[in-house]
Design a binder for this molecule. Structure first.
Ligand SMILES: O=c1ccn([C@@H]2O[C@H](COP(=O)(O)OP(=O)(O)O[C@H]3O[C@H](CO)[C@@H](O)[C@H](O)[C@H]3O)[C@@H](O)[C@H]2O)c(=O)[nH]1
Ligand SMILES: [Mn+2]
Length: 731
């Protein structure tokens, strides 16, 4: 079906080139040429999908012993990311089906919040009950809030002791929740005494490094509780902190000093473990004889447990990753999505797949030993860290160090977490998470692919991780704006996938796939032009669609085929037709609003007028979500500029529809023929249908209504548009 659509697009382009009489036809040609290009990248990406299966029972035939894994969790704001969510993620990670002495969990708190620290402290106490409970009873969902939300879990065993234990555990968890809630209500800086004293003089963007070993598995028990470390890196107003990428690099260095595991799992604070065996599944790929030499990272899908009914805001990303992600997997590999991902530490440190021959080039290896000078230039001046990095780069098998911190004062750790540490090193440039884009994840993965690494998807059943998705259109639109701008930033940077293919080892079709994804924001421009085209035609009494047989069948079939194709993809993915429509509609809305703002943001950034920021997505507390049915899926509005393009487009369509209706009503009075046809009117009506949430917003009240200033500005823009249309006619 995708190829038929491509064929139709090409036929349409051919037709355009032959009948290029009017201005609207010319604009249509440009837009359609762009759509065709995008579709070529889509088809190429989806053409050869692949899927990796893992066989756990074979893992131990390959390796006698499991390697250590360092787990990174990032949180940045104790209000937008409530600590109760973070600790549930942490608890699920501590309870992984993996030897506890091979795991260490590092939590980065960019919010420098004593509440988060307190919650982790309390969670570590609870973990001593929770981890053995999970392992003993083979619990599947190891995030307590999700486990206890499902009352049927108490029936999973017939043993009377189990029921008793279950109830006790539930009570303990509820007590933990209450403690954190109380602490949140009474957070008073004067009470920051004892262990919390260090938080008393901190400001969000101005504080020293705080590192606390919350729990150390001192005896190295394989059935104990893994290490848990809290890190809030140093921040000073005059030093850029590079958002999540900066946090990840600090985690990498601190963990390098403490446990230095060869594999790193990273998750966002809301992504709890839903399949406790996931680390072993991922290792099946990473330790596979072929994978060992080729695969840089293993990415697990992102799924959400709090889906709004029928995906009203189009943010569940189910069908798309299934087809596009499967396609990526059949090429050089899936993109790195920033969370639910297992990395090789040596790759994070900048190693290439053919490093054996290239050592000299990468790190100035001399006789297989990296030279001290190069290492300091790359990794910074911490002697201990350089030592640990050398260990990793030389590929030495890991020996579990007997104690976590070399000194009680954690001097070395504090040094590598300081905000000056990275100056004149390769961190953020060639080493670690790469800076410069709010989609640091895709950028970091792209650079690995450019070096020639592959990546793989790991999606065992049950789903590996589950997290929160934005619960309203505001969150969804902000998220898409951040993604699309970050992705465009990559496309326009020196790391552009095209250069990756020309000068690096990025495969051609992988490059096309990256072009598909990084061009998201650019798509907004032709899409907006195409969206106002029918209105332009109606107002100026011209046409851009062929309205005579047989040519009119080209766009008609194209439209029908495209929708059938998307609908079947949704149905095959097990989604409803309603979900398909919501995704379709939100696709139009987000491209023309969020992605357009993302595009503008990057233009301003390139002109050095303003910089892009990482706006954190709000994660709702599971219990606070009791929405009445009629408000589910309803749009809320605020004064944000993001609503201006959408409102303007809607008003323009409405004006055009009224004009066409007027023309039709007074048909007998109109002397000259109507140049536009049903096609243009249909397009206008289709767009109004897509923008129905905005139409409701025009008449809505309170937060459900578009603010008057926005409507006013949109009306002025729409008026200008009509004016320009009319003046082109009179000229
Ligand atoms: O200054 C910051 C900002 C964010 N974060 C963390 O980054 C993660 C992702 O933030 P979130 O607001 O949840 O963004 P999402 O849009 O859900 O994130 C997706 O997109 C991001 C890139 O835009 C990736 O980094 C994420 O991994 C990916 O899940 C969270 O754990 C935050 O705590 C930080 O640690 N420091
Ligand atoms: Mn998130």
């Amino acid at each position: 079906m995708d190829s038929v659509i491509l064929l139709l697009l090409l036929i349409l382009l051919g037709y355009r080139l032959r009948s290029l009489h009017t201005f609207p036809c010319f604009v249509a040609l440009l837009c359609e040429a762009w759509f065709t290009f995008t579709w070529i990248t889509t088809v190429s990406t989806k053409w050869t999908p692949a899927r990796t299966n893992t066989y756990l029972d074979r893992l131990f035939l390959r390796v006698p012993e499991l390697p250590p894994v360092d787990v990174f969790v990032t949180t940045a704001d104790s209000v937008l990311e409530p600590p109760i969510i973070t600790i549930n993620t942490v608890l699920s990670l501590l309870a992984l089906d993996y030897p506890a002495n091979k795991l260490a969990c590092y939590v980065s708190d960019d919010g420098c919040s004593p509440l988060t620290f307190y919650a982790l402290l309390e969670a570590s106490k609870f973990a001593k009950l929770w981890v053995p409970f999970c392992k003993k009873n083979n619990v599947q969902v190891r995030a307590p809030f999700r486990y206890f939300a499902d009352e049927t879990t108490s029936n999973s065993s017939d043993l009377p002791e189990f029921k008793h234990e279950w109830l006790k555990m539930k009570e303990e968890y509820e007590q933990l929740g209450r403690k954190i809630e109380n602490a949140a209500q009474t957070s008073d800086p004067c009470q920051l005494v004892g262990e919390f004293g260090i938080f008393s003089k901190t400001q969000l963007r101005n504080h020293p490094t705080i590192i606390k070993v919350i729990w150390e598995n001192k005896e190295g028990l394989s059935d104990g509780v893994p290490h848990l470390i809290y890190i809030s890196r140093e921040k000073r107003p005059q030093h850029p902190h590079h958002y999540k990428a900066g946090a990840m690099n600090v985690l990498t260095r601190v963990s390098g000093l403490m446990t230095n595991a060869p594999f790193i799992l990273n998750v966002d604070c809301d992504m709890y473990v839903n399949n406790p065996k996931i680390a072993m599944h991922a290792l099946c790929i990473l330790l596979d004889p072929k994978g060992e030499k080729e695969v840089a990272f293993v990415q697990c899908p992102q799924r959400f447990y709090d889906a709004v009914k029928d995906d009203a805001y189009g943010n569940q990303l189910v069908a798309l990753p299934m087809y596009i992600g499967g396609g990526f997997a059949g090429l050089q590999g899936i993109i790195y999505a920033g969370t639910n991902c297992f990395h090789r530490r040596e790759v994070i440190y900048g190693l290439s797949p053919d490093h054996e021959n290239q050592n000299a080039k990468d790190f100035g290896f001399i006789n297989g030993i990296p030279s001290e000078k190069e290492l300091v230039q790359n990794f910074g001046t911490s002697r201990l860290f350089v030592e640990s990095a050398t260990h990793v780069l030389e590929g030495k098998t890991f020996t579990t160090s007997n104690n976590l911190c070399k000194s009680l004062e954690l001097e070395a750790e504090i040094q590598v977490a300081s905000c000056e540490y990275e100056y004149s090193t390769s961190w953020g440039k060639q080493v670690g998470w790469i800076y410069g884009s709010t989609s640091e994840d895709v950028l970091t993965g792209l650079i690995m692919h450019t070096k020639g690494w592959r990546s793989e998807v790991c999606s065992p059943d049950p789903m590996a991780f589950m997290g929160c998705s934005p619960q309203d259109n505001l969150g969804q639109m902000a998220q898409h704006k951040r993604w699309s701008s970050g992705l465009l930033d990559i496309f326009l940077s020196k790391h552009c996938p095209i250069f990756g293919t020309l000068f690096g080892k990025l495969q051609v079709r992988e490059c096309l796939a990256y072009i598909w994804i990084t061009n998201w924001a650019l798509r907004s421009v032709p899409e907006i032009c195409y969206a106002v085209l029918p209105a332009y035609c109606i107002i100026t009494n011209s046409s851009f669609l062929p309205n005579k047989e047989p040519a009119m069948w080209i766009p008609t079939t194209l439209f029908v085929m495209y929708n059938i194709s998307a609908l079947t993809e949704h149905l095959i993915s097990g989604l409803s037709a309603r979900t398909w429509w919501n995704n379709q509609r939100m696709g139009r809305i987000t491209t023309m609003t969020s992605c357009f703002l993302g595009f503008l943001g990057i233009m301003l950034k390139r002109l050095r007028i303003s910089d892009t920021v990482f706006e954190i997505t709000k994660k709702d507390q599971p219990s606070s979500r009791e929405c009445a049915d009629d408000t589910v899926g309803r749009f809320i509005f605020n004064e944000s500029l993001i609503f201006l393009p959408g409102t303007t487009i809607l008003l323009i369509q409405l004006i055009a529809l009224v004009i066409s209706w007027w023309g039709w009503y007074w048909k007998h009075l109109v002397t000259n023929e109507c140049a536009y046809g049903l096609g243009e009117v249909f397009c206008g009506a289709y767009l109004v249908l897509c923008y129905l949430p905005f139409l409701k917003g025009l008449f809505g009240k309170g937060k459900y209504g578009i603010p008057l200033p926005t409507i006013g500005k949109a009306a002025v823009l729409a008026y200008l548009f009509v004016h320009v249309c009319n003046s082109t006619v009179t000229n």
